[in-house]
Design a protein around this ligand. Structure first.
Ligand code: SAH
Length: 252
């Protein structure tokens, strides 16, 4: 059995209880060493075999999983944040299916949730934005034509950019080209929920300068949109004059 486990954004107590229990039971842990907090490995048993996948290619990862399976052992594949975002789990799942190896997936707290907490914001504010676009700037991995940053930027929605903090000049250009104004609020959150967490606030017009000044090139998210500003409307859900499935509107 292989369990894909979301490690959470960094802090070792932000893994799920289920994820922690799986780590405690594992015979083998393959962790994404470039981003997973190594403190999470302290949940492992003494005789657990531990591999850092930053040093391995796909076939080497699969070989370890296959070897463990043939010995009847349990592998945890520990991915940062939630494995569904930029986790490269699909290729592993398909290879396990082809080999008849069973697997399960345990979700995790994504770094974009950690970043919202660090920024003390709600991504979806009434009358400001009701959508969050999670995307990245094209790097080595191509981005489909219809998802180019300047095209997505046209929506003016809340945006969270992964894997792009080393390319802020192009990010800034494309955000402006798409239609955000130079004074649209934006933020860079470096290592959300880690001890080294850094929150940098500014505007789209200053994004590149802020990243340079603070020497941010990796392990950071860029958050863009007016949800970082001051204006919004109160929710209907808790509006005293609004009836919901659970509560009648107040008379006055
Ligand atoms: N599956 C992960 C994302 C993996 S892609 C998740 O759900 O968070 C790796 C990128 O995620 C990094 O380049 C960075 O943009 C972002 N990232 C991961 N952990 C982060 C953290 N603690 N703080 C800020 N950004 C983080």
């Amino acid at each position: 059995m292989v369990d894909f486990v979301g490690a959470g954004p960094g802090a070792e107590d932000l893994i799920t209880v289920r994820g922690m229990c799986l780590l405690q039971e594992a015979d083998c842990i393959i962790y994404a060493g470039s981003l997973v907090n190594p403190k999470l490995l302290s949940y492992a048993r003494d005789n657990c075999e531990i591999y850092n996948s930053a040093l391995l290619h796909l076939e080497e990862v699969l070989e370890i999983m296959e070897r463990m399976e043939s010995l009847g052992r349990h592998t945890v594949r520990l991915h940062t944040g939630d494995p569904s975002l930029y986790g490269a789990i699909r290729e592993q799942i398909d290879a396990l299916r082809a080999r008849g190896i069973s697997y399960r997936i345990c979700p995790g707290v994504s770094s974009f949730c950690g970043a919202a907490a660090a920024l003390e914001i709600e991504y979806t504010l009434p009358a400001v934005s009701q959508s969050v676009i999670i995307t990245r700037l094209e790097g080595q991995t191509p981005v489909p034509e219809g998802e180019k940053l300047h095209l997505l930027a046209r929506h003016g929605a809340t945006m969270v950019l992964f894997l792009s903090s080393g390319m802020t000049e192009r990010v800034q250009e494309e955000l402006l080209q798409g239609g955000y104004s130079t004074d649209t609020p934006c933020a860079i959150v470096y290592k959300a929920t880690w001890q080294e967490e850094k929150v940098i606030r500014g505007t789209v017009g200053e994004l590149c300068k802020l990243a340079k000044e603070n020497q941010i090139t990796r392990t950071a998210l860029i958050v863009v949109g007016d949800v970082l500003g001051e204006d919004y409307e109160l929710s209907k859900l808790y509006d005293r004059h609004f009836t919901t499935g659970f509560r009648k509107a107040a008379d006055s």
